[in-house]
Ligand binder design. Structure first.
Ligand code: ATP
Length: 306
């Protein structure tokens, strides 16, 4: 994956002596979309605010392209583009004027670069319209264009799809993927919606109560999502083992009174039926939570997932 663009090192935050972020360690790489996922109040915004220097750190550090946000804020932050609070836009000015206005505050931004970022977020045809005529999704895209003007290595977007309708969400998603692929920027997006993250991200880190509880590649997670780890307590054990070996594709492991195997969810009833057919007594069947979705459901409680 090459050198990380950003490194979190034992990052901590306490507010009024209450630990909010309890030591985060992870790395973000060029060209990847990294999803920062967690239920409301998990600590996503607090972490992002520390990453971009909007909030002080209690302990640890954030290193961006080798520069410490704590010690060398100015050097570190020039690599970052971000929308953490609402982007500052003037509704009475056109999209183009807004970008020109912003570019004057940052040295070295050419007209060509402005055109390039406009193309990257697909707003070429709407540049002459006033921002007041834009949909929320278009404003969000203009905000992303603005954040990209100075060629950042890392783009940080806090809940970029908040408040958007499904077509707006689809658009933002495709533009974010395109940015990572075409510009090679690392993109961090936060959200509390797993399904959305799975479609947009290469890797997902799950945060709960200020701690990172899982970090996983979406590709691996989707490959695994079909398989379930199943533990069956059955007697006579040896007969059950023989039968299972004949029907389960992977290996069957024996541990004390239990047999463990990995099967597809739809195969679980078949496995049980075969054992019962052959007069095996079944005392328990446990399906262990192992996938990203399982972990996330564990966290936020079933039924609340979107
Ligand atoms: N200024 C503050 N004073 C006290 N507590 C705070 C402050 N800011 C955040 N918190 C607490 O820190 C925890 C993490 O909040 P944070 O906003 O980072 O969560 P989040 O994961 O971004 O959630 P959401 O999706 O709701 O924005 C919450 O319990 C919140 O109440």
């Amino acid at each position: 994956m090459g050198e990380p663009v950003m490194k979190l090192k034992n990052l901590k935050k306490s507010i009024s002596n209450k630990p909010i972020i309890k030591g985060l360690d992870f790395e973000i790489y060029s060209g990847e979309v990294f999803g920062f996922l967690g239920p409301n109040g998990a600590g996503k915004t607090t972490t992002i605010r520390m990453m971009v220097g909007l909030m002080s750190m209690t302990d640890g550090d954030v290193i961006i392209k080798g520069q410490s946000v704590k010690k060398d804020f100015k050097k570190a932050i020039r690599y970052v583009g971000g929308i953490v609070e609402n982007p500052e836009m003037y509704p009475f000015m056109t999209g183009w004027k807004n970008l020109i206005h912003y570019s004057r505050m940052v040295p070295g931004i050419s007209k060509e670069r402005i055109q390039e970022v406009v193309r990257l977020v697909g707003l070429e045809k709407r540049m002459k319209d006033k921002v007041s005529k834009y949909s929320l999704g278009m404003r969000q895209r203009l905000g992303i264009a603005q954040a990209l003007l100075h060629n950042p290595s890392i783009l940080i977007l806090d809940e970029p799809t908040n408040g958007l309708d499904p077509s707006g969400i689809r658009e933002i998603r495709s533009y974010i993927r395109r940015l990572a692929a075409e510009e090679g920027v690392a993109v961090i997006v936060s959200s509390h919606i797993l399904s959305e993250m799975e479609m947009m991200c290469d890797r997902i880190g799950i945060i709960k109560n200020g701690e990172l509880i899982s970090i996983q590649s979406v590709h691996d997670a989707l490959q695994q999502s079909d398989q379930k780890e199943v533990t069956i307590e059955a007697r006579p054990m040896n007969d059950a083992y023989e039968i299972l070996q004949g029907i389960v594709e992977g290996s069957v492991n024996q541990h004390q009174n239990e047999l463990m195997m990995s099967v597809k969810k739809e195969e679980i009833p078949l496995v049980i039926a075969k054992l019962v057919e052959q007069n095996i007594d079944i005392f328990s069947v446990n399906v262990n939570r192992s996938t990203l979705e399982d972990k996330f459901l564990d966290l936020i409680g079933e039924g609340t997932i979107e």
